[in-house]
Ligand binder design. Structure first.
Ligand SMILES: C[S@@+](CC[C@H](N)C(=O)[O-])C[C@H]1O[C@@H](n2cnc3c(N)ncnc32)[C@H](O)[C@@H]1O
Length: 290
């Protein structure tokens, strides 16, 4: 009789065990907050519709771990991305955690340690400033200066893509916990479920200044408090579209999701809108045409 055959099953990779002491805050952030395929899909569709050609080159301002820039170059060999961030440690995290998985696509990713106002890159089809990072500017003058800088880095038919949020709920103090069940590491390994908490700790109705934190909570009861903190001004669509036009953009449009009464939830379809009401909290995009 030959060797005894045994039924076996492919081993599932073990979920990364999480505690506040050992968890990697960038993996938790990416799993909870970012959806690179979604925002890149929106940018690529907008570019093709408005410019009649494919989007090829992007600059991700305030790139952090540059998950979006990495995803852009990973998908197709004719794409290039520049990521700009002030924080060397976060860029190093990208180099250590994302870049090795890009293989030859890594040659088309350029990470720049610098200020978005002054960092020089070749002109691109689209500049993306996402997850509201540009809300750091507190005055109209500073915001206009940033929009001018972004415009300078665009090709003549380029687009600036920004995300925005608003609604009466964004003008309050509150904590919003959300369970994150299906995060993965940059290597593709599943991450044990955890809780992401968006904390609007302070809001000032006079100048729209807000202080927000991100906390994470784990199954073992430990918490990573203030993993990230943001001091922002809450800007409104008319303020931003006016400033974009003052900075020289020819045209701007606001894209917001629809509401599905049957599921009592948003429909995840961002359409160009000039009227929007009765929403307690909303997120959207502004697209500005050079
Ligand atoms: C909210 S995080 C990045 C988020 C990332 N864009 C995303 O989509 O999740 C903001 C980042 O902006 C960077 N930052 C802040 N001010 C900057 C500046 N003037 N120039 C470049 N990067 C800046 C910070 O170092 C931080 O990594």
């Amino acid at each position: 009789m030959g060797a005894r055959k045994k039924t076996t099953r492919k081993k599932k990779p073990a979920k990364t065990r999480l505690t506040a002491r050992t968890a990697d805050k960038h993996i938790l952030y990416e799993g909870a907050v970012q959806s690179p395929e979604f925002c890149l899909g929106f940018a690529a569709r907008s570019f093709r519709r408005l410019r009649g050609r494919p989007l090829l080159s992007i600059r991700e301002d305030f790139c952090g771990t540059a998950a979006i820039a990495c995803e852009w170059v990973r998908r197709r060999p004719d794409r290039v991305a520049y990521g700009v961030d002030l924080d060397q440690a976060t860029l190093d995290w990208c180099r250590a955690n994302h870049v090795p998985h890009l293989k030859e696509a890594a040659d088309r990713l350029h990470l720049i340690h610098g200020d978005v106002l002054t960092a020089k890159t070749p002109r691109v089809d689209a500049v993306l400033a996402l997850n509201f990072s540009y809300y750091i500017w507190r005055t109209r003058e500073d915001m206009r200066r940033y929009f001018r800088a972004a415009r300078r880095h665009l090709k003549p038919d380029g687009l600036l893509v920004l995300d925005i949020f608003g609604g009466p709920e964004s003008m309050t103090t509150c904590q919003e916990p959300r369970r994150i069940l299906h995060a993965i590491t940059p290597a593709g390994d599943p991450v044990e479920p955890y809780t992401y908490i968006w904390d609007q700790a302070r809001y000032n109705h006079i100048d729209h200044e807000m202080l927000c934190h991100i906390h994470f909570k784990f199954r073992d009861g430990t918490q990573m408090k203030k993993a990230f903190t943001y001091g922002w001004r809450l800007w409104t669509p008319p303020e931003l579209t006016e400033l974009l036009e003052e900075a020289g953009f020819k045209e701007t449009a606001v894209y917001l999701e629809g509401w599905d009464d049957e599921t009592n939830d948003t429909d995840s379809i961002f359409r160009r809108r000039t009227f929007y009401n009765d929403m307690d909290a909303w997120i959207g995009y502004i697209v500005a045409v050079k």
